[in-house]
Design a protein around this ligand. Structure first.
Ligand SMILES: [Zn+2]
Length: 334
């Protein structure tokens, strides 16, 4: 079968099509013929490399995988992580705390190939979902669910600020906060992205420049209960300031830089909670997926490109030229 491989870190030229043996399922595993793979900003980090972080290259990229089970012919999505299954964290259902936790396409091979072999327990039913739309969801959906539901414990009546609300994580964060009865506002860089935030349920959507003043007015000079932060250095100080007394800032990313400063007086006087969050557990994945299948959360798909044009798809993400997700469709065997 054919696979796309990141052989070394670099530009789009490091993506190479190679021939590999078709993988054989072992006990408890099934082979899935890949039809679609959803991209995340993570794909760009893996290709370019991150100083001080080791990726096991050469590696097949692509975390969000949709395809057809070979044994039953059923359309399925694949949970975007694996964990050891036997440690204290795993048997307590906290797979996200497993020290052997790996994301597909980041710590192990991903989906940009003709077929993958995965544990049967990692399959999510597609039901009536469109396969390209389904491929746009799992990683961002799980990340946003874990941040708001498990870490920040969003409740009815909470006020929530979602930074970068038109991103993959942001667009689900807006919807999940609304689903749990919160009032939501968001930031985004363009008119088009702000319109998307409002369409997803944000009461207001502001530019990063106008947000601090606008939020102060909107919240009655109090700040918000929960800030969903994943932009990093560029928004960190504004995010901490936006949290009200006793409020929570939950972060899962640092796209614009990972070194920030913190005034400890603000932290203790305001009694803030600063929470880190990464991915989530199998139980959370299934709960979030069930909400999608009930029509309570919807995907935001910008476009579908052929898998052979993966470099072009990466460029769209790097240039922030998309509003919503990019998915690649299988065309490696022609
Ligand atoms: Zn484990």
């Amino acid at each position: 079968m054919r696979a796309l491989l990141i052989e070394r870190h670099g530009g789009a030229e490091v993506l190479a099509a190679v021939e590999r043996p078709l993988p054989e399922p072992g006990p408890g595993e099934v082979r899935v013929r890949v039809t679609h793979v959803g991209l995340n900003h993570l794909d760009v980090w893996v290709r370019k490399g991150v100083p001080g972080h080791h990726f096991p290259l050469p590696m097949v990229p692509g975390s969000d995988i949709v395809g057809v089970r070979e044994d039953t012919g059923e359309a399925v999505a694949v949970v975007p992580f694996v964990s050891c299954g036997v440690c204290d964290a795993c048997v307590s259902g906290r797979h996200d705390l497993c020290r052997a936790y790996r994301i597909r396409g980041e710590g192990m091979d991903g989906g940009c190939q003709e077929a993958v072999v995965v544990p049967e327990a990692s399959l999510l039913p597609l039901g009536a979902l469109d396969p390209a739309e389904a491929a746009s969801m799992p990683l961002a959906l799980l990340t946003a669910w874990h941040m708001l539901v498990t870490r920040a414990k969003v409740q009815v009546g909470d006020t929530v600020l979602v930074q970068a609300g038109a991103s993959g994580v942001g667009s689900f964060a807006i919807q999940i906060a609304r689903l749990f009865g919160a009032r939501v506002v968001a930031t985004a860089s363009t008119d088009e992205k702000r319109a998307l935030c409002r369409a997803l349920g944000a009461e207001e959507a502001w530019s990063y420049e106008e947000a601090p003043r606008a939020l102060w007015g909107w919240s009655g000079k109090r700040g918000v209960d929960i800030v969903v932060e994943h932009v990093g250095a560029a928004t960190w100080e504004a995010s901490v300031r936006a949290a009200k007394w006793g409020g929570t800032v939950v972060t899962c990313g640092a796209t614009s830089g990972h070194q920030v400063s913190l005034d400890l007086r603000g932290l203790f006087f305001k009694q803030l909670s600063l929470l880190g969050s990464t991915m989530g557990s199998m139980g959370e994945m299934r709960a979030a997926w069930a909400a999608v299948q009930r029509g309570q959360l919807r995907p935001v798909l910008d476009r579908v490109l052929p898998m052979s044009a993966l470099g072009e798809a990466h460029a769209l993400l790097e240039n922030r030229a998309v509003s919503g997700k990019v998915v690649v469709a299988q065309d490696l065997r022609r």
